[in-house]
Design a binder for this molecule. Structure first.
Ligand code: TK8
Length: 339
């Protein structure tokens, strides 16, 4: 054998070996899952994202790795949804309200005063209506895994205490990028301005807007108390979060991998709801201690607001379809009749 031939063979062998090594390396390289969310790491959303990541890593023996990325570093809800649809990002958690542009049926959850307590919320979201709405995402390139609790939303602002509907007049109120929220608060008299959550703190700080509405937990974890003096406990809507996967990516996973993710999503849901409720239960005291002035909306005022919103309710029915609207009301009645 000439030297040249020997060298060639050696090179070819090395190339072959190299190729099989890198194939092997790819096999053992963990699947990297980018899981984006909007709130900060110290929030209930951040804590539950961590629980999800840990369980996936453990259950897969380290073969699947979740990188939980908070504070909208991968973009606000709407942008992440598009990244999931396109397959550029694997997973996220965000508000159902920001999904209505993709799946109109999600607007059911935006109905003011629809859900009265957490027991109803769990039964609705984990029951047939919750499933039906979640499954609609499939046609749009998304897989809905589970609903987490964002929570009952309350109003804050820097202008004045809101004790009656008329107090909302002239308040520049940030709302989510969602028509039901926009028209609800317009109808109640506020100057409603849709905006991504990631821009909210600085908009409040610079007084681009006077107020906003979010659950106790978010007002606390996002430090809105630093820029908002007044809080009114309105509980005007129960807001879910939904854990989403890119369908493009999901459909390439093995059944085992999908099961690992689904099981972890359910475990994170149970953890998240419990954690959120515990935090919300003591948040009022915490926010008062931070200097917020808090009042509760009277039942009479809350009833006046509901009356005023009749037109908005009718609009939701038309948008999501009267069948779904009626099924939802029927399911709620069944849940309420259960003792
Ligand atoms: C976080 C948002 C947030 C929502 C909002 O990305 O926008 O006000 O309540 O939780 O989804």
């Amino acid at each position: 054998m000439t030297i040249l031939r020997r060298t060639l063979i050696a090179a070819a062998t090395a190339a072959l070996l190299g190729a099989s090594f890198s194939a092997l390396a790819q096999d053992i390289k963990p699947r990297l899952i980018r899981f984006g969310y909007g709130l900060n790491e110290q929030s209930n959303q951040g804590r539950a994202a961590k629980v999800f990541a840990e369980q996936v890593e453990k259950a897969s023996g380290g073969k699947m790795k979740v990188r939980a990325i908070g504070a909208a570093a991968l973009g606000p809800d709407v942008q992440m949804q598009q990244a999931l649809i396109g397959g550029a990002q694997e997973m996220m958690v965000g508000s159902t309200a920001t999904l209505v542009g993709i799946t109109k049926e999600m607007a059911i959850w935006d109905t003011p005063f629809l859900i009265a307590n957490t027991k109803e919320a769990d039964a609705m979201l984990d029951g047939p209506i919750g499933d039906k709405i979640k499954d609609k995402l499939q046609d749009k390139g998304l897989v809905g895994l589970v609903y987490w609790e964002n929570g009952f939303r309350n109003l804050t602002n820097s202008k004045r205490a809101i004790t009656k509907m008329e107090d909302l007049q002239g308040i520049k109120l940030r709302v989510m990028q969602n028509n039901v929220f926009l028209s609800s608060f317009q109808t109640l008299g506020a100057n409603a301005i849709p905006m991504a959550f990631s821009e909210l703190f600085s908009a409040l700080e610079t007084k681009t807007v006077d107020g906003q509405e979010n659950p106790f937990n978010t007002i606390l974890s996002s430090k809105f108390y630093e820029v908002q003096k007044y809080m009114t406990v309105t509980n005007h809507v129960y807001s879910p979060w939904i854990v989403l996967a890119s369908k493009k990516w999901w459909s390439q996973l093995s059944k085992d991998e999908q099961k690992i993710l689904m099981d972890a999503a359910k475990a994170s849901r149970d953890y998240e709801r419990k954690d959120t409720r515990e935090e919300a239960g003591k948040a009022m005291g915490d926010l008062k201690a931070k200097g917020m002035q808090i009042n509760e909306l009277s039942p009479a005022e809350s009833a006046r607001m509901r009356d005023k919103l009749t037109k908005v309710y009718a609009g939701i029915g038309t948008d999501v379809g009267m069948d779904l609207w009626n099924e939802t009301q029927g399911e709620l009645a069944r849940i309420r009749a259960r003792k």
